[in-house]
Design a protein around this ligand. Structure first.
Ligand code: DCT
Ligand code: MG
Length: 548
């Protein structure tokens, strides 16, 4: 897998004939039935012929001959199942692939129809098909202590994220670069408690970061490295992230190589880069990393719902521009991706705080007109007081003590917002609108304002008993959340958007995996969660770790 990734392949967790370009067979005992089964087909002849099944030798020989993957000979001796090569004519392949695509498309459509029920007839906005539904299980990625918004494309993303959370806290805990010991619950929790980011009301230096120019350059480099496939760039991205975190937390200007080397997470090579930035104001490595493929992958990753693997796969298919994605016959875009392309510039633009506030001031009364007892609050960067916002995050709940809940409210609210011209496109609908815990993603705009841009909007609904956990989680910021989750785990708790749980049993070798979910011990208010974790209550504006 490492070799494949290094040579530009993207690995996908689930077989999708619209996405998969090759199936590589590495085990000698891997029969055609087994492979077909893995791909979700009854027999090998159902696998689209346009997707070759090749032996591992294809990779090994291609690499040893020093050729680029697109020049590797995909025929003859490398075909894993010779019976497939006999029918491997191009027209046959495209017909087969087209059939497979239409079957998949039909399946997706049927599933969506099932989910949409009466919603479809009443909504005027564009209903997106092909987008995975945002169901409660999807939001519960944080269950395992990982971010809920990790790259769903990447089968290993949640593990990287969990590891990043742990390592981030190591940086905050001032551990040395070489110390690889696990600061897990076996260590004295009190000792760690004093060093968690969430314990510090001002996690960054007061009065701004004296090394902001270095942070900016390394962040640019990090963004470029993040667009490259494979474990090696991921490792480098991790190294740069650690260095950036250390620099952000450092109260003094770095002046020398030795100063830089003393920072947690900074080795010789990163220290040299820091010195280059100090001495020249720039970093040659940025030019080197900013290759055409990286620029294109970055462009594609700006499309809503597109992760690194999909972006890389599109690049490998010869696409270079957003226009190419619309015209290339090999690319099948989901409706959400089409919307993402149509409003690419709007969605990638941050909105002024005032615009987010104005939209919320329109939305809240509409929600309260449905049920005045609703709890409706704007979350995310807005609640933290940020001057600009990437999107609008709105949390909805309702105190059930009068016997009523917010069940069904989200659907009604969305219908009214569509009618009011505020919500304009849907990107991901909840699996079941009747659930109390739900998540909706879409686009909105200020109606009756000429030229107003499309903005991303998320609605989250939670049961009242989980309101505190949800408020805490959706307020962020992400690093503050990580820090609280990690502190919770060192104290034997588990924290997610539903609240704080005790009695969680973790796999000793992979602490991100829970063997027993435990019981919720604090969840209705933010204050009780802070208290249980022995952290002084921090109002939202003190939960800021990003200083840009
Ligand atoms: N969140 C998190 N970890 C992530 C992403 C999000 O803990 N990886 C939480 C914290 C913020 C909240 O979800 C809303 O997420 P975003 O809208 O992505 O972030 P934001 O802080 O509101 O920033 P932006 O202004 O970019 O929307
Ligand atoms: Mg936000």
């Amino acid at each position: 897998m490492t070799l494949l990734l290094r040579h530009g392949a993207s690995l996908v967790p689930v077989f999708d004939p619209n996405v998969v370009t090759h199936i590589i067979i590495s085990g000698r005992d891997c029969g055609s039935g087994k492979v077909a089964d893995k791909a979700g087909y009854k027999k090998m002849s159902d696998v689209p012929l346009s997707i070759p099944t090749l032996t591992w030798d294809w990779i090994a020989d291609g690499i040893s001959f020093g050729k680029m993957p697109e020049h590797w000979d995909a025929g003859g001796k490398y075909i894993a199942f010779p019976e497939r090569s006999q029918r491997n004519s191009k027209s046959d392949a495209s017909v087969s692939n087209a059939n497979a695509r239409s079957t998949i498309a039909k399946k997706v459509q049927t599933n969506l129809e099932r989910r949409k029920y009466r919603w479809a007839n009443t909504s005027k906005a564009t209903v997106v098909s092909g987008t995975p539904p945002i169901v409660p299980e999807a939001i519960s990625g944080a269950e395992s202590g990982v971010s809920v918004q990790c790259d769903k494309d990447d089968p290993l993303a949640e593990f990287y994220e969990a590891a990043a959370a742990e390592h981030f806290e190591r940086v905050s805990a001032r551990e040395s670069d070489d110390d690889d010991s696990d600061p897990g619950p076996s260590k004295n929790a009190k000792k760690f408690a004093a060093q968690f980011t969430c314990d510090n009301p001002h996690p960054g230096p007061v009065g701004g970061c004296p090394n902001q120019d270095i942070v900016d350059q390394l962040s640019t480099l990090l963004d470029l490295v993040k667009c490259q496939p494979g474990p090696e760039p991921r490792q480098r991205a991790y190294t740069y992230s650690r260095a950036i975190s250390s620099l952000r937390a450092h109260p003094k200007r770095i002046k020398s190589f030795e100063d830089a080397k003393r920072l947690p997470g900074v080795g010789e090579r990163t220290a040299s880069k820091i010195m280059e930035i100090i001495q020249t104001g720039g970093l040659e490595r940025i030019k080197h990393e900013n290759s055409e493929s990286v620029q294109v992958v970055k462009l594609f990753q700006g499309i809503y719902g597109v992760g690194q693997n999909t972006a890389q796969m599109w690049y490998n298919n010869g696409c270079r521009t957003l226009e190419d994605l619309k015209t290339n016959p090999r690319i099948v875009l989901s409706d959400a991706q089409k919307v993402g392309i149509q409003f690419y510039d709007d969605i990638n633009d941050r909105m002024p705080r005032a615009e987010a506030g104005a939209l919320f001031e329109l939305i809240k009364p509409i929600a309260l007109s449905i049920d005045p007892a609703l709890f409706v609050e704007i979350m995310g960067s807005y609640r933290r007081g940020k001057a600009d916002c990437g999107d609008i995050d709105i949390l909805i709940s309702r105190d059930p003590s009068d016997g009523r809940t917010h069940e069904g409210i989200l659907q009604e609210l969305l219908e009214r917002l569509v009618q009011a011209g505020i919500v304009t496109e849907h990107l991901a609908l909840p699996g079941d609108f009747e659930d109390l815990e739900n998540c909706y993603r879409g686009l909105c705009r200020l109606p009756n304002v000429a030229g107003s841009k499309r903005r991303r909007i998320d609605f989250l609904t939670v049961p009242w008993k989980n309101k505190g956990g949800a408020l805490l989680y959706y307020t962020g910021d992400d690093i503050f959340n990580r820090s609280m989750r990690y502190k919770a785990s060192t104290m034997g708790f588990s924290l997610n958007q539903r609240g704080l749980s005790a009695g969680v049993v973790r796999d000793p070798s992979r602490r991100s995996i829970k063997l027993n979910k435990g019981n919720i011990v604090a969840s209705e208010t933010e204050e009780e969660i802070f208290k249980m974790l022995n952290i002084k209550y921090r109002p939202p504006h003190e939960r800021v770790t990003h200083f840009k």
